[in-house]
Design a protein around this ligand. Structure first.
Ligand code: KG4
Ligand code: ZN
Length: 394
C-alpha cells in the first residue's frame, strides 16, 4: 500500500485546455497532462465556448486517468486513495468550461471522501513560477510583483507570503481593455496568420525590424473610485498615485490602420488562404508568405507590447518596493519578453523569474501547487461550489 506523502490532484478546465496533474507537498509535479483544443478552435480563429465545454467533457476522464498513471510511474503504488485532496479551478474563465472541471472534481472528491479545494486560475499562474523557483532553490524575498499576462488577463499583483505560509495578493494594475495575449491573437488574425497568434508573432518577429514602425501607448488615467463604494480593506491603490494599468486595444487598431493605409489587404488575404490550405502550417510556411513590410510590422508590434509590459511592471515594482518579479501566463512564453526582461532585471538588480514554457500556458500542476497553502489552512470548497467566470484576485 502506498503511504501518503502529501499529494494533490489538480484539475483545470477554464478555457481551451483540459488538464490534470499530481503535485507533491514540496511542489514537485509527479505528472502534468494537458489536452489542448487549439487545433479545434484554430478553425474559428478563437475559442468557441460551446465547443470548449464539449471537448472538456470528452477529455476530462482520460486526462485525469493519464495524470494518475503518469504519477504512479514516478511514485509506484500511487492510487486515488493516496491523494490528500482534489483541487479545481473555480474561475475566472468560461462558465461552461469551468463547470466540467468543477462537476468532475466534486464528484471525485465525494466518491473518494477527500477534501475539495477551489483555486483561482490567476493564483495558479503565479504558483507556476513559484513552484519551479522552489525546485531551483531560487530564494524569493517578499513582497513580489507578479505580472500575469495571458489571452484573458494582463494583471499586476503585489504578492506576499505570511509567516504561516498563506499568500495574499493586491491588484495594482490591470488592462482597461484587451489583454496582451488577446492583442497578439487579434493582430495575428488581421495579418492573416493562425490562432493562437502569440507563437506565430513570437517566431516571425525575429525576421523583422522592430524599429520600422513606431507605436505609442496612451497615458492611462488613474482609476476613479467607484461612486458610493468605499472599500477600506482594498483601497484603490492607484486612485491618487501613478497608474500601472495597461491598454492594448489602441495598438491593435494602429496595426489595422497601418495595413489599410499601406494597402496590405490583398497580400493578407492571399496569406490567409495559402495557410488555410496547409494541414499543419509551420513558421517556415508563414515566413515564406510574409514580405519584409509585414515582418517589420510584426516585429514593431511585439517590440512595443513587450516594452510596455516591462516598463509598467518595473515601475510598479519600484513604486511598491518589490524584491523580485514573477512573470506568468501564456504570453510569458514569449522569447523577446524573456530576453528583454532578463536584461532589465540585471540593469535594475531586480530578480525576475519565469515558468518553463510548458508551465507558462494553462496546466493543472499550477492549480495543485496553489492549493497547498489552502489545504494546510483547512480552507476547503463549500459543498455548493459553483463556477465563477468573473472571479477576481486581490
Ligand atoms: O495562459 P493561456 O494559455 O490561456 C489564458 O489563460 O488566456 O494564454 C494563452 C495566450 C494566447 O493569447 C496566446 O496567443 C498567448 O498566450 N501566447 C503567446 C505565446 N504563447 C502563447 N504570446 C506571445 N508569445 C508567445 N510565445
Ligand atoms: Zn491562463
Amino acid at each position: 500500500m502506498h503511504s501518503s506523502i502529501g499529494l494533490i490532484l489538480g484539475i483545470e478546465s477554464s478555457c481551451d485546455e483540459t488538464a490534470a496533474a499530481v503535485v507533491r507537498v514540496d511542489g514537485t509535479a509527479l505528472s502534468s497532462v494537458v489536452a489542448s483544443q487549439i487545433a479545434l478552435h484554430a478553425n474559428y480563429g478563437g475559442v468557441v465556448p460551446e465547443l470548449a465545454s464539449r471537448e472538456h467533457l470528452r477529455n476530462i476522464v482520460p486526462v485525469v486517468r493519464a495524470a494518475m498513471a503518469q504519477a504512479a510511474l514516478a511514485s509506484p503504488g500511487l492510487t486515488f486513495d493516496s491523494l490528500d485532496a482534489i483541487a479545481v479551478t473555480e474561475g475566472p474563465g468560461l462558465a461552461g468550461a469551468l463547470l466540467v472541471g468543477i462537476t468532475y472534481a466534486k464528484a471525485l472528491a465525494l466518491a473518494l471522501n477527500k477534501p475539495l479545494i477551489a483555486v483561482n486560475h490567476l493564483e495558479g499562474h503565479i504558483h507556476a513560477v513559484l513552484m519551479e523557483a522552489r525546485e531551483r532553490e531560487q530564494k524569493m524575498k517578499m513582497p513580489l510583483l507578479a505580472l500575469v499576462v495571458s489571452g484573458g488577463h494582463t494583471h499586476l499583483y503585489l504578492a506576499n507570503q505570511s509567516s504561516t505560509g498563506d499568500w495574499c495578493y493586491r491588484n495594482v494594475g490591470r488592462t482597461v481593455d484587451d489583454a496582451a495575449g488577446e492583442a497578439y491573437d487579434k493582430v495575428a488574425k488581421l495579418l492573416g496568420l493562425g490562432y493562437p497568434g502569440g507563437p506565430w508573432i513570437d517566431s516571425l518577429a525575429l525576421h523583422g525590424n522592430p524599429r520600422a514602425v513606431e507605436f505609442h501607448f496612451a497615458q492611462i488615467k488613474p482609476r476613479a473610485p467607484r461612486p458610493g463604494i468605499v472599500n477600506k480593506k482594498a483601497p484603490d491603490v492607484t486612485a491618487d498615485g501613478p497608474t500601472f494599468d495597461f491598454s492594448f486595444s489602441g495598438i491593435k487598431t494602429a496595426v489595422l490602420r497601418y495595413t489599410q493605409t499601406h494597402e496590405m489587404s490583398a497580400s493578407i488575404h492571399a496569406r490567409q488562404q495559402a495557410l488555410a490550405e496547409i494541414a499543419a502550417p509551420t513558421t517556415a510556411n508563414a515566413l515564406a508568405l510574409c514580405d519584409a513590410q509585414t515582418l517589420d510590422l510584426i516585429a514593431s508590434f511585439q517590440f512595443a507590447v513587450v516594452g510596455n509590459l516591462i516598463r509598467q511592471t518595473a515601475a510598479a515594482a519600484q513604486h511598491f518596493g518589490a524584491h523580485g518579479v514573477l512573470v506568468s501566463g501564456g504570453v510569458s512564453a514569449n522569447r523577446e519578453l524573456r530576453c528583454r526582461f532578463t536584461k532589465e532585471s540585471a540593469r535594475c538588480a531586480l530578480p525576475v523569474a519565469f515558468p518553463t514554457p510548458s508551465m507558462s500556458t494553462d496546466n493543472a500542476a499550477m492549480i495543485a501547487a496553489a492549493a497547498w497553502p489552502r489545504l494546510r489552512a483547512g480552507r476547503f470548497a463549500p459543498e455548493d461550489i459553483i463556477a465563477i467566470p468573473q472571479l477576481k484576485l486581490g
